[in-house]
Ligand binder design. Structure first.
Ligand code: GLY
Length: 473
């Protein structure tokens, strides 16, 4: 088998890492990526997908591209296209495409439906209730807070909200204001917030658990410890400044992000806990979903879990995709051929492909567009707090050529453009700009290499957490 063409649909660092995993397969000749970014073409065998010089963006443009290029396998990264039904459209046209169909993508697309399903399957979830009437939601929140003083609540928009639809509330006042802002005015998440789920805030440790499903067999992937908060615990001054510049009245709030970095293997997800999650959560969810709906779940399934002190897991949310930046530190450790693994998933033969992993550690640091004043040479501009708040883009990036050849740089938000002297240069285009990933035989080795290399990259406002891996060495 040789010369296969793969099409990866993803815009970020996760897409770079997925494309890289495919490119390592001896079966694969070319990996096309769309919409991609400047990093997409820096990976061996990888090219940007284009139609008439532009990246295909709509489902029909992508389908036309896949047919024209005689793509052998398409892999979908983000939840949006899956919820819109890209897999259904491609399959109806005879294309081999990996990811859950629209009917199965509901597991991420509707938090309320998913929690109801999980409850009916006896899969552990926090105590929770759904509402489409704000008055009833307020009444419930009021009653909950009166009955459980000091106990926090989590209020979640039902639909997709770009990872921002979950709000932790410590007081009744916060809960009532959140209900108002999501359901009534200003409708923070639009239609996605017409229905909400209110759940009890559980204590414990959060864990991201990834698995593959071909509809019949479910296999766990290795996991990663991720760093969600924008700042480390010793950056109190930076947190306050961020909130001041963001006009946020709570100056001590360390904001959540899509992820600031991480490392794999996970430091406390052991074999016993993995088996427990597989037996009590992953397999019952996939099988129960099939029995309840008649639809098979094929693709990656990602459980956001809370693990109690007694090591009992509860499902906070399900995602129908890989995580970003978790993928960037997990997939480089996969030794199983990713193309053959994807083929096995599509052919319902996952049970015939054992997953093999390197014992190496991978540690990833996300370089983000932090607090900055736009330089005079780029038109000038006021001070912005930086990602995850308002941030500048279009900043020239330098130093990538100084990074060691065995260190990976997966791009999140970058593009090539011309500078004032018409020179082709790399620019930032987003809040998360790139994820630098180093590997080592132990975590300390990976960590030293990652921090040594990230210092060689520069752009105006560049900021990253300095504590990834710290405390686990
Ligand atoms: N890193 C979290 C996510 O991808 O949802």
């Amino acid at each position: 088998m040789s010369g296969k063409k793969v099409f990866v649909v993803d815009a970020g660092g996760r897409g770079n890492a997925i494309a890289h995993a495919f490119a390592k397969s001896s079966s694969v000749e070319t990996v096309f990526i769309s919409p991609g970014n400047a990093g997409s073409e820096m990976i061996e065998k990888c090219r940007m997908a284009t139609v008439d010089g532009k990246p295909p963006k709509t489902i029909s443009e992508m389908l036309a591209f896949a047919k024209h290029e005689l793509i052998d396998l398409t892999f979908i990264g983000p939840e949006g296209y899956l919820s819109e039904g890209i897999v259904n459209v491609f399959q109806e046209e005879g294309q081999r495409i990996l990811g859950p169909r629209k009917e199965a993508a509901i597991l991420e697309n509707s938090k309320c439906t998913t929690k109801d399903l999980l409850k009916s399957l006896n899969v552990p979830v926090p105590p929770c209730k759904n509402f489409d009437d704000p008055a009833l939601a307020r009444e419930y929140a009021h009653q909950f807070c009166s009955d459980n003083p000091g106990q926090g609540l989590v209020i979640k928009a039902d639909g997709l909200a770009a990872g921002k639809g979950s709000v932790v509330c410590s007081t009744e006042e916060e809960a009532l204001s959140t209900i108002e802002r999501i359901m009534v005015s200003p409708k923070l998440f639009g239609q996605a917030g017409e229905r909400i789920e209110i759940e009890k805030r559980l204590e414990g440790r959060e864990l991201m658990f990834f698995a593959l499903s071909d509809g019949r067999t479910v296999q766990p992937l290795e996991s990663a410890l991720d760093y969600k908060q924008a700042f480390s615990t010793d950056e109190a001054v930076a947190v306050r400044l961020f909130n001041k510049l963001s006009n946020n009245p709570n100056l001590e709030n360390n904001p959540n992000t899509g992820g600031m970095g991480g490392f794999s293997p996970h430091p406390w997800l052991d074999e016993e806990l993995t088996q427990k999650i597989m037996n009590e959560i992953a397999m019952p969810t996939v099988r129960g979903f099939h029995e309840a709906t008649g639809h098979e779940y094929v693709g990656v399934i990602y459980f956001g879990l809370m693990i109690s002190e007694e090591k009992e897991p509860s499902v906070l949310e399900i995602n129908v995709r890989l995580g970003d930046p978790e993928t960037q530190v997990i997939l480089p450790r996969l030794e199983t051929d990713f193309f053959q693994l994807s083929e096995a998933l599509l052919d319902r033969k996952l049970d015939s492909v054992p997953l093999q992993w390197s014992s190496d550690y991978c540690l990833g640091i996300c370089a983000t567009s932090g607090r900055a004043i736009k330089p005079h040479s780029s038109g000038g501009g006021g001070e912005r707090p930086g990602y995850p708040g308002e941030h500048y883009t279009n900043m020239p990036i330098t130093g990538l050529e100084k990074v060691d050849p065995d260190v990976l740089v997966y791009h999140n938000g970058t593009a090539f453009g011309q500078d004032a002297t018409d020179k082709r240069r790399l620019f930032t285009t987003g809040g998360r700009v790139l994820t630098l990933v180093a590997r080592g035989r132990c975590l300390a080795e990976a960590r030293i290499k990652a921090y040594d290399n990230i210092k060689r990259i520069r752009f105006n406002g560049m900021r990253y957490r300095k504590d990834i891996g710290q405390g686990y060495l």
